[in-house]
Design a protein around this ligand. Structure first.
Ligand SMILES: [Fe+2]
Length: 447
C-alpha cells in the first residue's frame, strides 16, 4: 500500500526513474538575460526505488542551463559512483569506516575553481562536467585523507573553498582549506570528544566555526543500514572558533545549550565578538534510526561569542519553522543585511503547500514571505546577485525548483529578490517533476 511507505518514498519525495534531456524549455515571464549559467540541485534518488532514510539514496543532479534569457535545456543525471553502480554494497566497514570513494554524492552541488563538485559528507567530492556527466572522484591529488563535507563555504574575499571532513573513527574532525585555484593547501585535525554528525559549519573573515553537537555515531545502527546517528544526553554541545590558518591548538571552544544544527546562515565579526546565525532544533533523533525531523521546530537562532570574556549569548531571532538558510555569496563571512530561508509547516496560511520562501531584512528587523500558491512547493532558495550590484543589497534573484501538485510537474522559478512578494519574473516549465531534494547552486558561466 502506497500510504504505508515512509514519507521519503511518497508523493514528490519519491524518486524518479528516468534521466531526461530536454531542450528549449517553455517560459512564463522573462528570464533575466544577465543570468547565464547552470542552476543545479542535488538530491537523493534511490536507484532501486527504496531506501531506509531520505538522506541515503543515490545522488541525482537536476540542472537547467540559462543563456541570455533562454532556458536552453533541462537535464537530470545520476552521479555515477560505485554506490550508484552497486546499490546493495555496504559503504561502511564493521569498524565504522566509510568507503570514501563509494559516495552517495547526493547532498549538494557546488562550483569552485572552474569545477563542479557533487558532495556528500561521508565521502570524497565527485566531479561533474557542464553537461552533468560524471568525471570521477576528486581527492585533490591524493592530499585529501578524510571525507569532505557537503557544506564547504566560499570566502568572497580570498576565493578559497573552506570545509572539513568528519569520520566515525579518528580523526573525528579535520579542517580543510582549498586555494582559489582548487588545491588543498591545509588540513588540520581538530580534537573533539567523539564521533558526532557534523553536517555544516561556517566561516567569518578570520575564523572557522565548528559545531560539536550531541548527535553521536551508533555502529549498531550503521550495521542495520539505518541512519547511524542518535541523540546523546551526555555528550554536551560546543562550538569551536579557530583562526582560518590556525591549528587545533588555537581553537576556542564555547559551551552552548544542547541542540542540533543542520544548516548555518552566516557568521561575521564585530570587534571581539563573533556572531553566528543558524537554524537550530532543540533535539534530534533520540532513537537510532528515527525517521522524524526531531523534536520541536528548526528556528532561526543567533549565537554571539565574546572572545574577550569567553561568554556566549544565545537568542531566537525567528520562531517560525524553517531551514535551508542562505545569504548572498558576497556576504559569506561578512555582516549580511539580507538572508533567505525555506519556511515549513505553513498550516492554514499555506493553502495546502508545505513551504514558502522567507526573506529577512536584519537591518529593519522585518521579513517578507513569498508563498507560491496552493499546491506549489519550493525547495532551498538560492540567491544570485545581479552583476555589479552592491554586495549587501537585495539586487538579484532567488531561484528554486517548485513542484506543482496539480500538474505533477516542476518549474524553475525565479523571483526578483528586491520585490520578493511580487509574482515571479520567470517560471521555467520543466517536462517532469523534480523530486524534493537538498542543496543547489547557480554556477555562472565564466566571464
Ligand atoms: Fe545540508
Amino acid at each position: 500500500m502506497a500510504d504505508e511507505k515512509p514519507f521519503h518514498l511518497q508523493g514528490n519525495f519519491a524518486p524518479t526513474s528516468e534521466e531526461l534531456s530536454v531542450d528549449e524549455l517553455e517560459v512564463e515571464g522573462a528570464i533575466p538575460p544577465e543570468l547565464c549559467g547552470l542552476y543545479l540541485r542535488n538530491g537523493a534518488n534511490p536507484v532501486t526505488g527504496e531506501s531506509p532514510h531520505w538522506f541515503l539514496g543515490q545522488g541525482m543532479v537536476h540542472g537547467v542551463k540559462l543563456e541570455r534569457g533562454r532556458a536552453v535545456w533541462y537535464r537530470n543525471r545520476y552521479v555515477r559512483t560505485p554506490f550508484f553502480e552497486n546499490p546493495s554494497m555496504q559503504r561502511i566497514s564493521p569498524t565504522g569506516e566509510m568507503d570514501r570513494v563509494a559516495s552517495a554524492a547526493n547532498t549538494s552541488v557546488v562550483g569552485h575553481a572552474g569545477r563542479i563538485l557533487a558532495l556528500e559528507e561521508g565521502s570524497y567530492p565527485w566531479l561533474l562536467d557542464a553537461e552533468l556527466e560524471t568525471r570521477g572522484y576528486d581527492d585533490f591529488d591524493g592530499r585529501l585523507r578524510t571525507a569532505f563535507t557537503a557544506h564547504p563555504h566560499f570566502c568572497p574575499l580570498t576565493g578559497e573553498m573552506i570545509g572539513f571532513g568528519y569520520g566515525q573513527t579518528p580523526p573525528y574532525l579535520t579542517y580543510h582549506r582549498v586555494s582559489p585555484d582548487g588545491k588543498l593547501v591545509q588540513s588540520e585535525v581538530i580534537e573533539v570528544p567523539g564521533p558526532t554528525m557534523i553536517h555544516d559549519f561556517m566561516i567569518s573573515e578570520n575564523y572557522a566555526l565548528f559545531m560539536d553537537l550531541p548527535v553521536v555515531f551508533n555502529i549498531e545502527a550503521a550495521m542495520r543500514g539505518v541512519m547511524p546517528f542518535q541523540w546523546s544526553d551526555d555528550y554536551g554541545a560546543r562550538i569551536g572558533l579557530m583562526p582560518r590558518t590556525g591549528t587545533n591548538a588555537d581553537v576556542r571552544w564555547f559551551e552552548i545549550e544542547p541542540c542540533y544544527v543542520f544548516h548555518t546562515m552566516n557568521a561575521w565579526e564585530e570587534g571581539e565578538q563573533v556572531v553566528f546565525d543558524v537554524c537550530r532544533i532543540s533535539e534530534l533523533w533520540r532513537e537510532a534510526g528515527d525517521m522524524s525531523g526531531g523534536n520541536g521546530e528548526q528556528t532561526l537562532h543567533r549565537f554571539r561569542f565574546d572572545l574577550g570574556t569567553g561568554r556566549v549569548r544565545e537568542e531566537t531571532l525567528d520562531e517560525r519553522s524553517m531551514d535551508f538558510p542562505r545569504v548572498a555569496d558576497a556576504r559569506v563571512g561578512q555582516p549580511n543585511r539580507y538572508g533567505y530561508a525555506l519556511q515549513f509547516n505553513l498550516g492554514e496560511e499555506g493553502g495546502g503547500s508545505f513551504g514558502a520562501h522567507l526573506k529577512f531584512d536584519f537591518q529593519s528587523g522585518k521579513s517578507e514571505t513569498h508563498d507560491y500558491g496552493a499546491g506549489m512547493n519550493p525547495g532551498e532558495p538560492a540567491f544570485v546577485a545581479a552583476p555589479g550590484a552592491d554586495p549587501d543589497s537585495d539586487e538579484g534573484w532567488v531561484m528554486s525548483y517548485v513542484h506543482d501538485d496539480g500538474s505533477g510537474k516542476s518549474e524553475l522559478v525565479i523571483l526578483d529578490a528586491s520585490r520578493f512578494a511580487a509574482k515571479p519574473v520567470a517560471r521555467i516549465k520543466l517536462p517532469c517533476r523534480v523530486p524534493y531534494g537538498f542543496h543547489g547552486s547557480f554556477i555562472k558561466d565564466a566571464a
